[in-house]
Design a protein around this ligand. Structure first.
Ligand SMILES: NC(=O)c1ccc[n+]([C@@H]2O[C@H](COP(=O)([O-])OP(=O)(O)OC[C@H]3O[C@@H](n4cnc5c(N)ncnc54)[C@H](O)[C@@H]3O)[C@@H](O)[C@H]2O)c1
Ligand SMILES: O=C(O)C(=O)C[C@@H](O)[C@H](O)[C@H](O)COP(=O)(O)O
Ligand SMILES: [Zn+2]
Length: 358
């Protein structure tokens, strides 16, 4: 392990995020001496890695493996129940530790299982996708979906550590790298303009996990999220800005029955939110064009069929930012100046939607 960056989250439940090559080797130290059992919840694609981790921990802990369905299929109550059953049958106690190993879907589920078992046991997250590293595994939002929508059941439950091992990305497909980059771009638009400059300078290097540019992007995005969740863990204020692009994005994922990547749906959602900001007079044409240029340079989608509006609008009513029947959107007053737009007229929303409609 060389050249590790440590980014700390502060607040009531502080923890470290370790970024570097080989940081997965820190796992035993981060689990600590109080645990006797470790439950590794992993995606099927991470089976071999989970076994490797298990081998490394044996002798120090009793290690249980729970292979869960791939991607969004993991975020179901039946899958959480499968994990709870393993924990029940093995007398998993409050000092034992859950490890989430996989993409954002797996770490969301693992965090939720840890948050709910015995009302909360420790979880160490080991994200294996770009999206998981820069966003999902950081910050302690955990959850599963219901038939009605995305992440409707969950808990705020801080991990005890996050190990961002860049070596784990060597097997990740190019499409997944691009989809995960959408959340880094989001960080750029809401708070860190340097991120946008890096993509604009050389998108190929910015999406190559072996370059210093890529590592810089990962660290900038994580550091931004760490700052935000340190100040507002339970999303009573500034954390809502991390939801830029997600109101429409989640509705698209639901409409597409989760066959779209989260990052792709958020890409469309960000262009919609940018158009909404432009129509309210707060964002320039150039800033909106910049959204399209950067996202399209990552081959991410920026349009959606115009005929789906009513379905999307109905799903958006269940967005967690809605209050008393009124939708609320994260918009931009400028790049790195996010704001909340409360109860916009449906005509305004539809006008913004027509700008992204095909
Ligand atoms: N909790 C949060 O704050 C937060 C933030 C952002 C996104 N999310 C959630 O994260 C999920 C999306 O995460 P994601 O994009 O990582 O998707 P994902 O977890 O579905 O993983 C994508 C695919 O990559 C595969 N994979 C994972 N790691 C791999 C590796 N190293 N090599 C090869 N294949 C690998 C997986 O098996 C899966 O098929 C969504 O459910 C979203 O809601 C949560
Ligand atoms: O951490 C947050 O807060 C976010 O909003 C990050 C989002 O990228 C993430 O997709 C999150 O899961 C969305 O949360 P939700 O509360 O809208 O379900
Ligand atoms: Zn997201």
């Amino acid at each position: 392990m060389t050249d590790t960056t440590v980014i700390s989250v502060t607040g009531d439940s502080p923890y470290d995020i370790l970024v570097g090559n080989g940081v997965i080797g820190e796992l035993a130290d981060r689990i600590g001496p109080k645990a006797t059992k470790v439950l590794i919840i992993h995606a099927p694609t991470l089976g071999a890695k989970a076994n490797e981790v298990r081998e490394a921990l044996l002798g120090r802990y009793e290690v249980l493996l729970a292979e869960v369905p791939d991607a969004e299929a993991a975020k179901r109550v039946e899958v959480a129940a499968f994990c709870w059953q393993i924990m029940g049958q093995t007398d998993f106690t409050r000092t034992d530790v859950v490890v989430g190993l996989g993409g954002g879907a797996t770490t969301d589920l693992a965090g939720f299982v840890a948050a709910t078992w015995l009302r909360g046991v420790p979880v160490v997250q080991i994200p294996t996708t770009v999206l998981g590293m820069v966003d999902a595994a950081v910050g302690g939002k955990t959850g599963i979906n219901t038939a009605e929508g995305k992440n409707l059941v969950g808990a705020f439950w801080a991990p005890s550590a996050v190990l961002v091992d860049l070596d784990l990305l060597s097997t990740l497909g190019a499409n997944e790298i691009l989809a995960g980059s959408a959340e880094i771009v989001k960080a750029g638009f809401i708070a860190v303009p340097e991120i946008l400059d890096i993509y604009e300078a050389d998108v190929a290097r910015a999406t190559d996990p072996t370059t210093p540019e890529f590592r810089r992007l990962v660290e900038l995005a994580i550091a931004m999220k760490a700052r935000v969740v340190s100040d507002d863990f339970r999303e009573a204020g500034g954390r809502e800005f991390l939801n830029y692009g997600h109101t429409l994005g989640h509705a698209i994922e639901h409409a597409e029955r989760y066959n779209w990547r989260h990052g792709a749906a958020v890409a469309v959602g960000m262009v919609f939110a940018a158009e909404l900001s432009r129509l309210t007079g707060s964002l320039s044409d150039e800033a909106v064009d910049r959204h399209r240029r950067i996202l399209e340079s990552l081959t991410l989608p920026t349009t959606y069929p115009v005929g789906r509006w009513q379905t999307l609008l109905a799903t958006m009513q269940r967005d967690k930012k809605a209050r008393a029947g009124h939708l609320r959107f994260i918009v931009l007053d400028d790049i790195a100046k996010p704001a909340v737009l409360t109860a916009p007229d449906e005509s305004l929303l539809f006008a913004a939607y027509q700008e992204i409609g095909v």
